[in-house]
Design a protein around this ligand. Sequence first.
Ligand code: MG
Ligand code: MG
Length: 248
Amino acid sequence: MITIKSEREIELLKIAGNIVYKTHQYIKPFIKEGITTNEINSLAEKFIIDNGATPSFKGYDGFPSALCISINDEIVHGFPSNRKLKNGDIITLDIGACYKGYHGDSAWTYQVGEVTDDLRYLMEHTEKSLFIGLKQIKPGNRVGDIGNAIASYAAEHNLGVVKELCGHGVGTDVHEDPNVPNYGVKNTGPRLKVGMVIAVEPMLTLGSPEIYILDNDWTVVTKDHSPSAHYEHTVVVTQDGYEILTGE
Ligand code: MG
Ligand code: MG
């Protein structure tokens, strides 16, 4: 069921989204060669709790940690571990925070030290594809318009679109209706209405977008081990378009 959020709910979603944004900003300077993903996870978890929220993903369907941390060919749902970041890696932090029962959700891919031109290209155009998708958000447009814009942009830039995973509604649950796929046909799917809150989150690959799942039953990896990037914002649909809840 797609819900329309009240003004009070949107205020709480803004606070949750802002905590997610601030957590990204807080963690960014720590993303350097030598730090482990466990250390990043612990820093973020403490920061979220110190800001009056709880990590949305910890315990979600049994997920073991506060953040999903995915490196290089890992697309989403990577487990923090004792793995140390290396110069030239790309790392995606998917951060969710719950404030007074309302969630914010935002993923961002960061470079570790210096990365290759190919990786920079992947990051730049995956981030752009998020904003190309967001541009479609206004009352009356449909969910298929978002996915269509993202997939068209990815195709123009020779990047693969991971189809098994998608964006979603956000509210008292971190994953609500509707699904927001990163592909689609214009003018199809649920209609966007003022007060809907959704997360848009393109996951693009340099090689084939085919996936497999690691033995931990969570972590999604590209089959050909090509790198993948992932950018996500939670937004509310407004009269004029949308407002980002997980940004500045
Ligand atoms: Mg997320
Ligand atoms: Mg999400």
